[in-house]
Design a protein around this ligand. Structure first.
Ligand code: 2HA
Ligand code: ZN
Length: 286
């Protein structure tokens, strides 16, 4: 027998799928996703399917709208995220290319809605996308970080992973495989690095991507930094907005580029002195 309630639910879901992508705030956000994806591609930070992102969008929806999502089939999560109950995220699609996301953002992302106990999620993808778009393979890392942000720094809603060429190259050099040497170098190359990245970068020694281990290490690093570098792989940045997270890594990449430019000219860069760095910190504090 046909279950009328299920039919109504499916109808409700299809309508919601349309509504979610038609919402003004989501269209504006997708425009920003498109711009940042283009920047990542243009800078050579997103070859093939490199890079992924998540944005907490729960606040853009009313409770009534979110209620419409609670009755649908959920996929189990390997870990429980109790704080993420009934949160909604925009997540880049597994295997998506940033160069395609720039042209068609809606087709290269999906929404992930977490159930009431934080044990499962439901995917909402752009109508007409077949087969179903799945969220990034780094979803466990994104959810771990998003949970920490929601608990401790709720204005920060964005997590961005990219293969930032200049920063990866730095972590290939043995002398830059510690937070102390990395931050001293990055701050020293340009006065604005310490202004905009005052806590510096966290550093994660090489770890297999897509694993619980890298998710845990990234989470710990991001508790005290805006960005962590994954040795020989890339970086994970958080921010209030996607553009903000992008700008943070752009500033760090600029510092790394200055270092490599000096080295390729056969010179050792002097770096800003500890006094100069102290002066900047003092002048711009608060
Ligand atoms: O999204 O960059 O580390 C693809 C990756 C995984
Ligand atoms: Zn990666």
């Amino acid at each position: 027998m046909v279950n009328i309630e299920n039919l109504l639910n499916i109808d409700n879901l299809l309508n919601f799928t349309n509504d979610i992508f038609q919402k003004k705030e989501i269209k504006t956000l997708l425009q920003e996703v498109s711009e940042v994806a283009q920047y990542l591609w243009d800078r050579g930070w997103a070859e093939r399917n490199a890079g992924n992102l998540s944005i907490r969008v729960t606040e853009l929806f009313t409770d009534k709208e979110l209620e419409r999502l609670s009755t649908y089939p959920f996929l189990p999560l390997a870990k429980t995220y109790p704080e993420l109950a009934h949160q909604l995220f925009l997540v880049s699609a597994a295997g998506s290319r940033m160069r395609n996301m720039a042209k068609q953002p809606a087709a290269n992302v999906c929404f992930v809605f977490v159930n009431e106990s934080g044990t499962a999620y439901h995917i909402i993808c752009h109508p007409g996308e077949e087969p179903l778009v799945k969220p990034s393979s780094e979803l466990p890392a994104h959810l771990c970080i998003q949970q920490m942000l929601l608990q401790k720094r709720s204005s920060e809603k964005v997590v961005l992973h990219a293969h930032v060429l200049e920063l990866i190259a730095l972590t290939q050099l043995p002398e830059f495989t510690s937070e102390a040497t990395l931050n001293s170098l990055l701050w020293g190359m340009h006065p604005e690095t310490i202004m905009f990245v005052p806590k510096g970068v966290g550093f994660i020694p090489y770890t297999l991507p897509g694993t619980e281990k890298i998710a845990r290490a990234t989470l710990t690093g991001l508790e005290s930094h805006q960005v962590v570098l994954w040795e020989k792989h890339g970086c994970m940045a958080v921010g209030n907005t996607l553009s903000g997270a992008f700008e943070t890594i752009d500033i760090l990449a600029k510092s790394a580029k200055i270092y490599f430019l000096c080295k390729s000219a056969g010179a050792e860069p002097q770096g800003l002195s500890p006094d100069q760095l102290r002066e900047i910190k003092e002048h711009y504090k608060g």
